[in-house]
Design a protein around this ligand. Structure first.
Ligand SMILES: [Mg+2]
Length: 290
């Protein structure tokens, strides 16, 4: 007899394979998937699947507490590194992602909700970025200031593309939030890729890298840029002892490569086919009601 965890895993794999079958079906087959799960546009008319996730990150004290927990742990790891650091070794550094790791984007998500949008909207994001309608993620500024005060360099590595002004906008946001090391030397912006590996490699050669921070496991390792929910989940299990040690994870329930694992695209289009895929993903471990 299988234990509960094994049963759960088998079921997850089974439902995932069904789901992946749906992901890669031709358009003709999508219609069948939708009708077989009784999904139509009308089903989505009065419900926005983003609501709970956005409400949680905009209001929940638990969201703030998770952020503080992450930065408290990050501070502890830096303290430990400072204690064991040998004189004459390379300077200490941390690498942090920007969006949803140190920059809180609540006003952007609120805009989507108010305008009836239920998927990430790239055009709205590009309009929002230069407006600096941002706040720091709870605990971020204190942690980054602690690094500065202890001669630990902070490197910001982000994946954004707002055209030729991308880097300028990103730098302005860091300065707007009065974060330390807000200069070109400490900011890397990848406009055409989400692969942050080259920056990590370069910084690791000149500095002793203490830890990395992000809201996306892909901020830690490119390994997580894989197709499929189960493949990504298995990588996370492989790295389980790194979290809170080498990599500090911030909560983000609205976007990231976990979305890509479901849709095959980090920014899926707001179509009923994609809403059906989202519903199937949410219900893949569903209780049958009995
Ligand atoms: Mg991010």
């Amino acid at each position: 007899m299988q234990d509960k965890n094994t049963q759960s895993l088998d079921r997850r794999q089974l439902i995932s394979s069904l789901l992946l079958g749906g992901l890669y079906m031709p358009m003709q087959a999508y219609a069948k998937t939708e009708s077989s799960s009784n999904i139509s546009s009308a089903d989505f008319k009065h419900q926005n699947p983003l609501l709970w996730a956005v409400a949680w990150s905009a209001t929940a004290a638990e969201y703030g507490a998770l952020c503080y927990q992450a930065f408290n742990l990050a501070t502890l790891r830096v303290e430990q590194a400072l204690r064991r650091n040998n004189i004459g070794s390379k300077p200490l550094a941390v690498i942090t992602d920007v969006d949803n790791t140190i920059v809180h984007a609540a006003s952007y998500w609120g805009y989507l909700i108010n305008n009836g949008m239920d998927f990430f909207d790239d055009a709205a994001w590009d309009r929002w970025i230069p407006k600096n309608l941002i706040t720091p993620v709870p605990g971020a500024r204190e942690f980054l200031d602690y690094c500065r005060d202890n001669n630990v360099e902070v490197f910001y590595v982000t994946n954004r593309d707002q055209g030729e002004n991308t880097e300028e906008y990103a730098l302005k946001q860091l300065r707007y939030l009065q974060l330390p090391f807000a200069d070109n030397e400490h900011l890397t912006v990848y406009r055409n890729t989400s692969n942050k590996t080259p920056a990590k490699k370069a910084i690791s050669e000149s500095h002793e890298l203490i830890l990395m921070l992000g809201d996306n496991l892909n901020d830690y390792k490119r390994d997580y840029y894989v197709d499929g929910i189960d493949a990504r989940y298995a990588l996370m299990e492989r790295d389980r002892y790194d979290f809170g040690d080498k990599f500090i994870l911030l909560p983000n329930a609205t976007d990231g490569h976990w979305v890509r694992a479901i849709f095959g695209d980090s920014e899926p289009a707001p179509t009923d086919s994609n809403r059906a895929i989202l519903k199937a993903a949410a219900a893949r471990d569903a209780w049958d009601g009995r």
